[in-house]
Design a protein around this ligand. Sequence first.
Ligand SMILES: *Cc1c(COP(=O)(O)O)cnc(C)c1O
Length: 350
Amino acid sequence: MSRATAHVDLEAISHNIRALQKLACGSQFMLAVKSNAYGHGLHEVVRTGLEAGVSSFGVLESTAGIDLRAAGVEVPLFAWMHGQDTDFAAAAEARVDLGVQTFWQLEAIAASGAARTPRVHLKIDTGLHRGGADQPRWAEFVTEALRLQSLGKLEVVAAWSHLSDTSHSADLASAALFEAAVEEARSLGAEFELLHLGASAAVIDLPEAHFDLVRVGIAAYGISPFGDRSAADLGLRPAMQLRAPVLDARHGLASIAVGFGDGIQSDPDSGAYMVVDGHVAPVVEVGVDETVVALPSDADGISAGAPCLVFGDGSQGEATAEQWAVWGDTVGDEIVTGLTSRVPRSFSRR
Ligand SMILES: *Cc1c(COP(=O)(O)O)cnc(C)c1O
């Protein structure tokens, strides 16, 4: 190992999925694998998810869904972010369900000429304001979808939305708005196989938002969706460990072969540390390719090639990704997803 490497413990992901499935209490479990499975490696995580019994995958973009189909994945796939250049026909033919947020997407899907009828999930904005039909236009949106369905251009299979996770009361209010929107759509003649709303935070804390299916991302990777409870508090195991070797050590300082070019925080708050050969070593400066840490006075004999833990599950005294998120004033999602493509991933089942 000459530079930083991310070690992904697939057994931890499997453990987390099983723990979260219990909390989902019978709702179907969609594992969100966007952004290369939050940096953990798409195909390996999908295989692990299938073994753990997840019922479907959320892929963000339809191209990732098409890739998974081509790799032999047979369970339902759901993509919800589309651009003007999205090939809806290819997505439908690969049996990728499509989240639909706007009128232009409805029309483009209907006009795609797909050899297989596209299956759409209609999204209502329930307050997050990050996509979905606005409430005042929801009835019109549903009516247009049903018109296109009656022409055989698409099939409406689900209604969904996304929570802001800002507060329990805001999310409860969104869940109530969602139910009202579903009732309204039914009164217009819509029939839904599936209703889905909640993500990681709701699986753990908001049974009112479980509906038929939950879409779970960050918690499955062993990172808490909450600021006030850690993964350990929730019984979840961080799946990723970032390791890098020492490049050089002298005069009480060591340079480590990891930097912001690998995606670690460029300017963490003071307090950030790494664990060099078992010794807690405060971060002095993060550069693009190297990080300088201060070695404690009892850390002798450390030389080039010695191992350094940047983050992990904490079992060897190292910080977690959640802790790095605090140092970088961000969320744990950004720490793991932000690792750049030059960081190789290796996989294990402990
Ligand atoms: C990312 C995402 C999820 C998963 O969210 P987590 O908080 O990571 O569990 C679910 N649904 C949608 C629409 C998303 O974009």
